[in-house]
Design a protein around this ligand. Structure first.
Ligand SMILES: [Zn+2]
Length: 356
């Protein structure tokens, strides 16, 4: 099996999470923004998606991707902060910068996932009518990457250097793995022993950086290979298009961001919504800004005030699902969607890369 076809789980997209993280940092003084926004921060912005990316190197931490997205988010982040403080991390420590980015991930996931699922639908192996939607979720999030990046930076995503700048396993000192392992073990007791977790986190980061570099929007090589492999599969009834993991180069004009405020529905509750993707972004940014201020205060507070501030921060972060929270924050399966024509959108990308 080649590199891309191993990826079976839809993965929220990388650039939007970094853009969102950087927007949230604007709540801090300029000098703090600059010292925080490095490769450890950008990797941290990927949040628990790093575990979804861990499908290549064993032993894997994949199970933590599901657990962190399902419940206990605030509890985990507060525990990681508690561990960092205990280990004496300063705000210059790569673990702190990773935590700062990491803690912002959930706000964008929670706000955008209903919009993404409404537009991308989902595929069920037992229902052939939905097979054209396989990986549509991942592809639509890459589509949002392209549009958000253009809107926010006024630059073309295909020049974005961030994937080459991500921190790697070697960027983190030993106490980072200790803190991650302790926090996962305390928040999600059960799947693995404390001593085997550090390697699983290392493997998740290795695979994440490997995958994100492989699909770096500045390099067309892998996208072209994916288009070729998809073509070779045509007629073989394979369901999983590789091209879905690459940012779309060609987009027919459409109101993908719902700037017209056309009504759509929450995929779980069916409730009518009219927000644009940018409205949801804005809401996620305001929440993230409040959270990053809490984190900065926590690090400056005297030791005796820390527990109280950790509790406050946990409630700002919330413990509800990051996927499709219902009214009560608990995770639910979707029922409503109105997907775009993904078979056509993906075929357009293949035609571009294969020049036919
Ligand atoms: Zn996520």
């Amino acid at each position: 099996m080649d590199f891309v076809s191993r990826y079976i789980i839809g993965m929220p997209s990388q650039i939007s999470h970094i853009l969102h993280g950087l927007s949230c940092l604007k709540a801090l003084p300029v000098e703090r923004q600059e010292s925080l926004s490095d490769g450890a921060f950008m990797l941290g912005c990927q949040g628990p998606d790093i575990f979804y990316h861990n499908q290549r190197t064993r032993p894997s931490g994949l199970v933590y991707g599901t657990r962190l997205h399902r419940s206990g988010w605030g509890k985990f982040c507060a525990e990681l902060a508690r561990q960092g403080l205990r280990l004496g991390w300063t705000q210059e420590h790569p673990g702190y910068r990773f935590l700062a980015g990491w803690s912002l991930h959930a706000f964008l996931d929670r706000e955008l996932h209903p919009f993404v699922v409404w537009n991308a639908g989902w595929s069920e192996p037992s229902d052939p009518a939905t097979h054209s939607l396989a990986r549509a979720h991942a592809f639509f999030e890459r589509l949002l990457d392209v549009l958000f990046y253009q809107t926010l930076t006024h630059e073309n995503l295909f020049h974005c250097p961030w994937m080459a700048e991500l921190a790697e396993v070697e960027s983190f000192p030993e106490d980072f793995w200790v803190a991650m392992a302790q926090s996962l073990w305390r928040t999600y007791p059960g799947p693995y022993g404390l001593d085997e977790i550090p390697q699983r986190v290392r493997n998740a980061i290795t695979d994440t950086v490997g995958f994100l570099r492989h699909t770096d929007p500045r390099d067309e090589t892998a996208a072209r290979d994916a288009a070729l492999s998809d073509r070779a599969d045509a007629g073989l009834h394979k369901r999983l298009p590789r091209i879905a993991f690459f940012h779309p180069v060609i987009l027919p004009p459409a109101d993908y961001l719902n700037r017209q405020h056309t009504p759509w529905r929450h995929p779980v509750t069916g409730k009518e919504r009219t927000e644009s993707a940018e409205d949801l972004w804005q809401s996620a940014t305001l929440q993230g800004q409040e959270s990053i201020r809490c984190l900065a205060n926590l690090w400056q507070a005297p030791a005796e005030e820390r527990e109280k501030l950790l509790n406050t921060w946990e409630s700002v972060l919330g413990n509800g699902s990051l996927n499709l929270p219902g009214e009560d924050g608990s995770p639910h399966g979707p029922q409503f969607c109105h997907p775009l024509d993904f078979a056509h959108l993906m075929e357009l990308q293949r035609r571009y890369f294969l020049k036919d």
